[in-house]
Design a protein around this ligand. Sequence first.
Ligand code: SF4
Length: 90
Amino acid sequence: MGVRSRADAFVLLVNPVQCDGYGHCAELAPDLVHLDEWGYPILGAEPRPVRDHEALHSARLAVRGCPRQALRIERRAAPERPARAGRRTE
Ligand code: SF4
């Protein structure tokens, strides 16, 4: 049995200095990227689970399709789940 990795979530990040604001990423990953009124991407800060294959695929498409290489995927630990009620810890 192996040790399970804690980096089982991801976020899509943008480097605002490199971004040209033409919004191609929003076409490639509409579920992850929204545009502000000037066309710059607004990305959700909440980590998404890597098992959300559709979201991860969209993020990879956006990273590959970004003409300025301004996007990257960062692996994160998934948010802690609250302990189940009624569970004994003795
Ligand atoms: S595709 Fe890249 S350069 Fe274009 S708006 Fe998105 S992050 Fe910025």
